[in-house]
Design a protein around this ligand. Structure first.
Ligand code: MG
Ligand code: MG
Length: 263
């Protein structure tokens, strides 16, 4: 089993640069995402933006994945293919983006509401993002992997939502997926100890209904077993003493969405 790769301060700064580019790419997506756009157009935009800024889309050709973004619609949980689907009012769209820059990976995901979504979907989005924040709060040296999963699971289940267990967060750095696995469920005080130098992607995948998922025969797309919507938010985070260092950012997305909501 491969060991955890502990990062130097210099390596963490390189991962921060990659993760920042991911955050900016998601911000570019936020500018154009809305009713009438095809998801393949979002993929093209992200790929061009990442390459124009010196990066390489990390997902493209990863284990044969054919696109630069994972775009997962409505009941799709993760790993959806961009395509000819034209987004419409009420759609829920999870956009997962990864970048390699100077050999280091950054990974972050954001779920967008298209036009007006139902109150239930709004709650699912809010709670999933809170799950991420609560998980990040536990990503500090001295705690354990299970503390992150417990925080995510407790919050999601309190609201009656289902926590996806078949897919997990992960270490990230020189590879897109490194040790350790970071489940969105767990017991407090269990699992490996979090230490400075660890960089992990925390990524709650929370279902509006049951926790179960199905795997499509396209080898990639994962959707909810009951057809209910699913949300996904992800940050790349460095473990520090006292407080996690969040290397990716939603600030670009949030600023764009705030401006859009004014209009
Ligand atoms: Mg991701
Ligand atoms: Mg990830």
């Amino acid at each position: 089993m491969p060991k955890i790769h502990y990062k130097s301060v210099e390596e963490i700064e390189l991962i921060r640069e990659s993760s920042l580019l991911v955050g900016k790419a998601l911000g570019e997506i936020a500018k154009v995402i809305g009713p009438g756009i095809k998801t393949i157009e979002l993929n093209k935009l992200a790929e061009t933006y990442i390459r124009d800024n010196g990066g390489v889309p990390a997902f493209l050709n990863y284990s044969g994945f054919p696109y630069s973004l994972c775009i997962s619609l409505n009941d799709q949980v993760v790993h959806g293919f961009p395509g000819q689907h034209i987004l419409k009012d009420g759609d829920l769209v999870s956009v997962d983006c990864g970048v390699v820059l100077n050999k280091y990976y950054g990974d972050s995901a954001f779920t967008f509401a298209i036009g007006e979504v139902s109150d239930q979907v709004k709650t699912l989005m809010r709670v999933t993002r809170e799950c991420l924040d609560l998980g990040v709060e536990k990503a500090v040296a001295g705690l354990r992997i299970g503390d992150i999963g417990y925080a995510v699971q407790e919050h999601a289940e309190k609201h009656g939502f289902g926590v996806v267990k078949e897919l997990v967060g992960h270490g990230v750095g020189l590879r897109l997926h490194e040790k350790p696995e970071v489940p969105n469920y767990g017991k407090r005080g269990s699992g490996i100890k979090l230490e400075e130098g660890m960089v992990i992607a925390i990524e709650p995948m929370i279902n509006g209904g049951r926790a179960g998922v199905k795997f499509w025969d396209d080898d990639w797309t994962v959707s909810t077993i009951d057809g209910k919507p699913s949300a996904h938010y992800e940050h790349t985070v460095a473990i520090k003493k006292g407080k996690a260092d969040i290397l990716s950012t939603f600030s670009y997305v949030d600023n764009v969405l705030k401006e859009k909501n004014k209009n």
